[in-house]
Design a protein around this ligand. Structure first.
Ligand SMILES: Cc1cc2nc3c(=O)[nH]c(=O)nc-3n(C[C@H](O)[C@H](O)[C@H](O)COP(=O)(O)OP(=O)(O)OC[C@H]3O[C@@H](n4cnc5c(N)ncnc54)[C@H](O)[C@@H]3O)c2cc1C
Length: 520
């Protein structure tokens, strides 16, 4: 039980594998002879999933820790700035209704009930527009900072849109050239255990074996170690979240100077929703839908109808549409014996709110921070890891389902089925009852590093027209005058920033040109 953990083997070279390798290598200094070794095995035959283009703000910290310069990341991955999500046609009140879920926590959020102040402001302005300036910044396609703002620092909180294929490649180069990660390109044939069921080594082809103490399964939907080898059950969540299919395309900008959206645009459709992600050189667009509620032919028509709003028919005909299938759900546990599932092997729900890479970052960070010294230590950390991630998956499921439950759309069976009581998790039902009387607040989400803070719930429910009947007390927290002072301050800051911030495209061009000059 006191066998030390020195050799870490990561199976899979998609974003999950390389992010995990990068964080572990950067924080545990593999170039030093006494330190741990990290080996990443990747099949030459099985491609990475190649989608996953929206991140959370946490990615800034992740890249910084790994030691990648922001400007190089932006130039190499055709990345752009993402400041939140823009939801179109979700409310079901009128055609083209919109609301924003920005990344910024509003000023005064923990001091005063901003919702109460907003209700009393008697204006037609949306919740997000009243309490925060970021929706205005997104609406104008502005960047979250200026050219002079240091790398990874921000004026408004932001994550990224990125090219998933280029991202894995950039991480691979950095991990192998700078951080000393060993990269083995080989197909895995067999996995071997000791008498206590701990993995000892992996057989690869062409002929060879790789031994290790800790094995991280980043083999994507193949789930080679956690599923095929250990047979850890998969908890299916299709009865709650219906989307299980996607059609994805890479579409050109019509004009090279076209605005780059500063938010992921998520447009609701009759059996799912379309994502629209603006990179610096192209858009990534896709329709994710429920195969029980529509067929692939209809889905393709829906996607093409969306594309035709901005792209001419001839260009649409030339686009290569990729079909992806996934089962929404997650593993019963994520860490079993000396194997940890990270990324798609641990589960996947659907791309709404782009939580998948964020869960990869959280997993890799926890493994790195609590890296077990030996097997006795590992069994305690494994229990803690499983509890923590079980909690997080349930919170993601509830938050995603929330978008469907509170929508007033009733125009198709998909939207009707999404509101059936048996499809709604018990805790979410209870919270929705609670929020009829009080706004979502920090007491609803009590763990540190909650995946979605209560402010996110406020943006979504009030963005969608949910009604909370404020309890009329004179508690300091319900101080309308104070809330309105925050709103006025927000208005002033907004005007200042709207004049000072460059457009998303201007700042990205500036960063890319500087990068080219420095390397050329
Ligand atoms: C439609 C869709 C949209 C998405 N959008 C987003 C988004 O906007 N934001 C977000 O955060 N996430 C998104 N995701 C999820 C995101 O794509 C993944 O979380 C991310 O790419 C990580 O994938 P991965 O590394 O786990 O798996 P993969 O990229 O599939 O990598 C698997 C790796 O395992 C290797 N492998 C498999 N079997 C073997 C074997 N036998 N031997 C050796 N190697 C093997 C493969 O070669 C490959 O290198 C989306 C997913 C889908 C399906």
């Amino acid at each position: 039980m006191n066998k030390p953990i020195k050799n870490i083997v990561i199976v899979g070279g998609g974003s999950a594998g390389w992010i995990t390798a990068g964080l572990l290598a950067a924080e545990h200094k593999t170039n030093n002879d006494n330190a741990i070794t990290i080996t990443l095995i990747e099949s030459p035959e099985i491609k990475t999933i190649g989608v996953g283009e929206g991140t959370w703000p946490s990615m800034r910290n992740t890249l910084d820790k790994i030691g990648i310069k922001e400007s190089e990341f932006i130039a190499q991955c055709n990345a752009s700035f993402k400041q939140g999500s823009k939801f179109v046609n979700w409310q079901g009140i009128q055609n083209n209704d919109i609301y924003y879920h920005p990344f910024m926590t509003p000023e005064g959020y923990t001091q005063v009930n901003l919702h109460h102040g907003w209700q009393h402001s008697n204006s037609n302005k949306s919740f997000a527009d009243t309490i925060n300036m970021q929706s205005h910044i997104c609406h104008r396609g502005l960047a979250p900072k200026q050219a002079s703002t240091p790398e990874y620092a921000s004026v408004t909180n932001y994550g990224y849109h990125l090219d998933a294929g280029k991202f894995s490649h950039m991480l691979q180069t950095h991990c192998t050239k700078v951080l000393g990660v060993k990269h083995v390109i080989a197909h895995i044939n067999q996995i071997h255990n000791d008498e206590n069921d701990y993995i000892t080594h992996i057989e690869i082809s062409p002929k060879g074996r790789i031994s290790g103490d800790l094995f991280i399964d980043c083999s994507g939907l193949n789930a080679l170690l956690i599923d095929k080898h250990y047979k850890i059950p998969f908890i299916d969540k299709n009865h709650i979240l219906f989307n299980d299919s996607a059609l994805a395309v890479q579409a050109p900008y019509c004009d090279p100077d076209e605005d780059i959206a500063s938010a992921t645009v998520s447009t609701a459709q009759s059996a799912g929703w379309v994502w629209d992600i603006g990179l610096s050189n192209r858009r990534g667009i896709g329709y994710t839908y429920s195969s029980k509620h529509t067929c692939d032919t209809e889905a393709e028509k829906t996607l093409k109808a969306y594309l035709s709003e901005t792209i001419n028919d001839q260009k649409i005909q030339n686009l290569n549409i990729r079909k992806l299938n996934f089962k929404p759900g997650h593993r019963e546990k994520f860490w079993h014996k000396n194997c940890i599932a990270v990324g798609m092997s641990s589960g996947f729900l659907e791309p709404l709110e782009a939580s998948s890479l964020a869960l990869v970052e959280l997993s890799a960070n926890m493994i790195s921070e609590e890296l077990p010294a030996n097997f006795e230590h590992m069994n305690i950390i494994a229990k803690r890891f499983n509890e923590r991630f079980e909690y997080r998956w349930q919170r993601v499921i509830e938050f995603l389902k929330l978008h469907y439950v509170i929508s007033k759309r009733t125009d198709s069976q998909y939207w009707l089925d999404n509101k059936t009581p048996e499809s709604i998790p018990k805790r979410l039902k209870e919270l929705l009852t609670l929020w009829q009387y009080q706004p979502p607040n920090i007491n609803d989400f009590v763990q540190n590093q909650e995946v979605f803070p209560s402010a996110s719930y406020q943006y979504v429910i009030y963005g969608m027209g949910f009604n909370t009947t404020a309890y009329p007390t004179d508690k300091a927290f319900n101080n309308i005058a104070l809330a309105q002072r925050y709103f006025a301050h927000n208005q002033e800051t907004k005007l200042k920033y709207l004049n000072a911030l460059p457009s998303n495209r201007e700042l990205l061009n500036h960063i890319k040109n500087n990068c080219l000059q420095n390397t050329g």
